[in-house]
Design a protein around this ligand. Structure first.
Ligand SMILES: Cc1cc2nc3c(=O)[nH]c(=O)nc-3n(C[C@H](O)[C@H](O)[C@H](O)COP(=O)(O)OP(=O)(O)OC[C@H]3O[C@@H](n4cnc5c(N)ncnc54)[C@H](O)[C@@H]3O)c2cc1C
Length: 494
């Protein structure tokens, strides 16, 4: 049985558009799927570091990992390394791993703080995935111990769109080439049909707006207001350029290096390194930002750097009438934690779950969808701001401003609770798990003012021995793993 929306039209063929086409063609059998895109306009073509949710998405839509890695020159990602964020020459890891217990008498971080033994190194050395990143090694978690850590990927964004397109078309999605110049509305305010430049019309029952920053339907046609977040997330430009790999170790993680007016990314693929400098024109001009990026490259540039312009923020609502926006058309919160593709996949699967066959989603279900997406954006917004506001750098205006700015109330409250009580379970929600918040707090050396006395239930010597043992076990396990490059060579067809 098909859903109330027989004809589903997708506007745009970037990562968001083709992911949507695959999901709709696979999970909503009986729907007619048409994707309209303009080759002349092209796609944003960045977005190459991901979040572990991508694996769940691939599983739901039946995408095979080996085929995906081969098609996208993909590599594995266990997290990110943050360089120079707290102070210059300081670095830490935020990986998709755990730190054993995070509350109660055996809380690992609390015992680590309590025993205060310099020989134990930084807290990251007690997290398996972070040690894998530090040593450039990778294996998938054993299936019986999948709670040890999880992983995501780095991918070539252009190849990923192509790969998804081939799958979507094979599963019945139809592609229409053409530039959309407008849309006609129904009596209830929804969209009736798209108008193409050459005079053709594309009619639909449900329109998924994946048109990128132009937000053709939700922004331009329906005029849904934009919530500007640039007072908290001031970056507004990025230079992006691939370069040849230098022959150094293929890291199983992204690197984000803080600079004078923003930060630079390094994303390793099997054939090249993706680089970018995300910056704010309030603090550095475009030319200087371009120079800083080129100075950082570890190998010859493979193209001219490309400039991307954006404003951080999102639409007030994401699903209005018969239009749902996914991807950049719905909003963008800067790429520091690789959350944009995650938000697309999350919104997409939630939308599909609401399209119950034979029923129109109720107004309250749509309302819940909007609230839920708003919350997801707010949580990620807070998590990204955390990386900036804890800085101890005062060497340029960007760092002076972000370290003294007024924070969103939700974040200020969380940070207060952490400092006062060491409580992390308040972070149990979609997206970033408590361990992620702990990784940033620990990495930035931001600790609670006192430790919960309950940890004294464990004798001091026992706690100290336990920490040393765990660290030794992690080191021995990681030493037995292949390097990330060697592991990738085992992917068939490489
Ligand atoms: C600097 C930067 C770095 C990023 N890094 C990451 C990252 O590491 N990880 C991550 O998860 N995300 C990242 N993102 C976000 C990520 O790039 C996007 O979420 C992802 O690529 C999806 O883009 P999209 O499909 O929404 O838009 P686009 O790729 O821009 O696609 C828009 C589509 O709409 C079509 N279109 C637009 N107007 C018309 C028209 N008038 N007629 C017909 N067709 C039209 C275009 O042709 C295109 O096909 C980054 C973004 C930026 C800007």
């Amino acid at each position: 049985m098909q859903t109330a929306y027989k004809r589903i039209v997708i506007v745009g063929g970037g990562t968001a558009g083709w992911m949507t086409a695959v999901a709709v063609a696979t999970l909503l059998p009986g729907s007619e799927v048409e994707l309209v895109e303009s080759e002349e306009i092209g796609i944003v073509g960045v977005g190459e570091a991901t979040f572990p949710f991508i694996r769940l998405f691939h599983e739901r839509v039946g995408i095979d990992e080996t085929e995906f890695l081969r098609a996208t020159n993909g590599t594995f990602k266990v997290g990110a390394e943050f360089r120079n964020w707290r102070t210059e020459n300081h670095h830490y890891f935020h990986t998709f791993g755990n730190f054993a217990d995070i509350a109660g008498p055996t809380s690992l971080w609390s015992q680590y703080r309590r025993v205060n033994d310099p020989a134990l190194g930084v807290l990251g050395e007690h997290c398996l995935a972070s040690v894998m990143a530090m040593q450039g090694r990778f294996v998938k978690p054993p299936s019986e111990q999948s709670n040890l850590f999880t992983y995501a990927y780095h991918l070539d964004a252009v190849l990923y769109s192509r790969f998804l397109r081939a799958i979507a078309e094979k599963r019945g999605a139809r592609r229409t080439e053409g530039r959309i110049v407008g849309a006609t509305r129904r009596a209830d305010g929804g969209v009736d049909r798209l108008k193409l430049e050459d005079g053709r019309d594309v009619a639909g029952d449900l329109f998924i707006d994946c048109s990128g920053f132009t937000s053709l339907l939700l922004g331009r046609t329906l005029e849904e207001p934009f919530v500007d977040l640039s007072h908290w997330l001031p970056v507004d430009r990025a230079w992006a350029v691939p370069c040849e790999p230098s022959g150094t170790e293929l890291t199983p993680h992204t690197i984000a290096t803080a600079l004078e007016g923003g930060w630079a990314w390094r994303i390793p693929l099997t054939d090249r390194i993706g680089n970018g400098h995300v910056f704010s024109t309030r603090y550095i001009d475009e030319e200087r930002a371009r120079e800083q990026l080129l100075e950082q490259l570890e190998g010859p540039a493979l193209a001219e750097p490309r400039l991307l312009r954006f404003t951080t923020g999102h639409r007030e609502r994401f699903w209005v009438h018969n239009v749902v926006a996914l991807g950049l058309s719905s909003g963008f919160l800067e790429p520091l934690e690789s959350t944009s593709i995650f938000l697309i996949q999350r919104g997409l699967l939630k939308m599909i779950d609401l399209l119950v066959p034979g029923k129109q989603p109720t107004a309250s279900a749509v309302n819940d969808y909007n609230k839920n997406m708003l919350k997801a954006f707010a949580n990620i917004r807070d998590f990204i701001i955390l990386h900036y506001c804890l800085t101890e750098r005062r060497d340029s205006q960007l760092w002076r401003d972000v370290s003294s700015m007024e924070l969103p109330e939700s974040l200020a409250f969380r940070m207060h609770v952490w400092r006062q009580t060491g409580e992390l379970n308040q972070y149990k929600e979609d997206g970033f798990v408590p361990e992620s918040w702990l990784a940033i707090y620990a990495g930035m050396e931001n600790w609670p003012e006192r430790l919960d006395p309950v940890i004294n239930e464990v004798p001091f010597e026992e706690a100290l021995r336990g920490l040393h043992q765990r660290r030794d076990q992690i080191n021995a396990y990681v030493a037995s793993m292949p390097t990330h490059a060697a592991y990738l060579h085992r992917v068939p067809g490489r």
